[in-house]
Design a protein around this ligand. Structure first.
Ligand SMILES: Cc1cc2nc3c(=O)[nH]c(=O)nc-3n(C[C@H](O)[C@H](O)[C@H](O)COP(=O)(O)OP(=O)(O)OC[C@H]3O[C@@H](n4cnc5c(N)ncnc54)[C@H](O)[C@@H]3O)c2cc1C
Ligand code: SF4
Ligand code: SF4
Length: 376
């Protein structure tokens, strides 16, 4: 894989070695037809009380990982390393789960993970692989069969991915604007159910990002920094390739069927795509709260279970601007139509939210606003 002009990793063919067998075209997850999976999908809400305050949603990833690790298996997922580079790694101990927890909204470098997965499967070892649906499909393509007795795959509902170079440029612009070195970055808050990014500077303090400082995640939600293949994604639908699909269960309990658990610190959506839940339910029930919910409720608030993100006309311009060292972060936000200016309304909302946060009332606020119909 080699980074293209925009920084997206692309497969490159060595013409000296290629025998034109066409296998790469037949197995490429972006080009091949997606095999039809089971029609019998079931949706579940899951909350792991011991994991969710350290996880993006309800901690479903940690629950499945604990089960595989308890059986002497190995878990592969995406980490953000000390240099803030996102890549897939394997872990063999529960203590290392913290390296994989948390969504990183950037393309993860898969490296030699598929090879490692296969090596472990051939040793008859249980393996969990978590990633974007195209990564999961790529893994199955590479393996050539599902290894259902040993391999559990978790595909995320996926909005799309920017690349590492865009993230590097963003962090560089932020450091420059604030005149402080960024030493750590969190794409979203994990102790409550919100997508609030924050950054740690070399003074050791975490700061919540807002307005132009938050331009990376605002651009992510608008979809203006995504890989081209994300706009034609074959996996933004219910034909899921993973054993299970995991995501935020936005909207749980918002319809006719109430959800009685406290949602404030996060609820995971788990879709059983292969009818495998019955084999895990006993172990899951010892680790987490789990409740079956209507599939329609799971789909309702998930745009990317229905359609891929639509390509915006400003997509190329936005990436060029982010990669340009001469453009400030404020200018990027302004030119891309992202929030950047302080207004009276913004000042008021921010002051109230800061107060709620300082008083430790954020989760109460979240519960009340959720009950009032603001479900994500
Ligand atoms: C790029 C991206 C887009 C997403 N889009 C949506 C969406 O539109 N709707 C929605 O409901 N949820 C989305 N999610 C999933 C959501 O943000 C949570 O990651 C998911 O609910 C898991 O939460 P958790 O509490 O079980 O796990 P956590 O403990 O938070 O673990 C996160 C899991 O995600 C994996 N992961 C993190 N970053 C990456 C990455 N860059 N590439 C591959 N795997 C990664 C880790 O390996 C781990 O398995 C997205 C995640 C990513 C990474
Ligand atoms: S899979 Fe076949 S066609 Fe594709 S690069 Fe390799 S040899 Fe060439
Ligand atoms: S949107 Fe589709 S193509 Fe893009 S990263 Fe997600 S699964 Fe892959």
């Amino acid at each position: 894989m080699v980074a293209d002009g925009e920084g997206f990793l692309q497969p490159i063919i060595d013409q000296n070695k290629c025998i034109e067998c066409g296998m790469c075209m037949r197995t490429c997850p972006a080009l091949r037809d997606v095999p039809k999976q089971s029609d019998e999908q079931k949706a579940f809400a899951m909350i792991s009380h011991q994991d969710r305050t350290m996880s993006s949603s309800g901690g479903a990833f940690s629950v499945f990982s604990r089960i595989i690790l308890n059986h002497g298996g190995i878990v592969f997922g995406a980490t953000l390393d000390n240099n803030l580079q996102c890549r897939h790694i394997g872990i063999e101990n529960v203590a290392d789960l913290s390296r994989l927890r948390g969504a990183k909204y950037v393309q993860s470098d898969i490296g030699s993970t598929f090879l490692e997965v296969k090596k472990n499967l051939l040793k008859n070892r249980k393996v969990l692989f978590s990633g974007t649906p195209c990564q999961v499909a790529g893994l199955y393509s590479y393996l050539g069969k599902r290894y259902d007795d040993l391999l559990v795959t978790l595909d995320l509902i996926c909005h799309g991915v920017p690349n590492q170079r865009t993230l590097d440029s963003y962090l560089k612009k932020l450091s420059f604007a604030k005149q402080k070195k960024v030493t750590d970055f969190l794409f979203r808050k994990m102790d409550s159910w919100s997508i609030i990014p924050s950054v740690k500077y070399n003074n050791g303090k975490w700061e919540r990002l807002d307005l132009w400082e938050n331009a990376y995640m605002d651009a992510f939600f608008k979809g203006i920094t995504f890989r081209e293949s994300c706009f034609n994604c074959k996996y933004c639908n219910l034909n899921r390739q993973g054993t299970f699909t995991i995501a935020d269960f936005w909207g749980v309990g918002g319809g006719l069927l109430p959800f009685k658990e406290n949602i404030a610190q996060g609820v995971s959506l788990v879709i059983d795509n292969q009818g495998k839940m019955s084999g895990y339910i006993d172990e899951i029930s010892q680790l987490a709260y789990i409740e079956e919910r209507p599939l329609s409720e799971a789909v309702e608030k998930q745009h990317n279970l229905k359609l891929p993100m639509q390509r915006c006309p400003e997509r190329n311009f936005a990436i060029r601007l982010m990669l340009d060292d001469n453009v400030s972060l404020f200018e990027f936000a302004k030119q891309c139509g992202l929030p950047h200016k302080k207004t009276i309304k913004h000042f008021f909302v921010r002051t109230v939210k800061n107060m709620i946060d300082r008083l430790g009332l954020y989760n109460l606020y979240k519960t009340v606003s959720y009950k009032m119909g603001k479900t994500s």
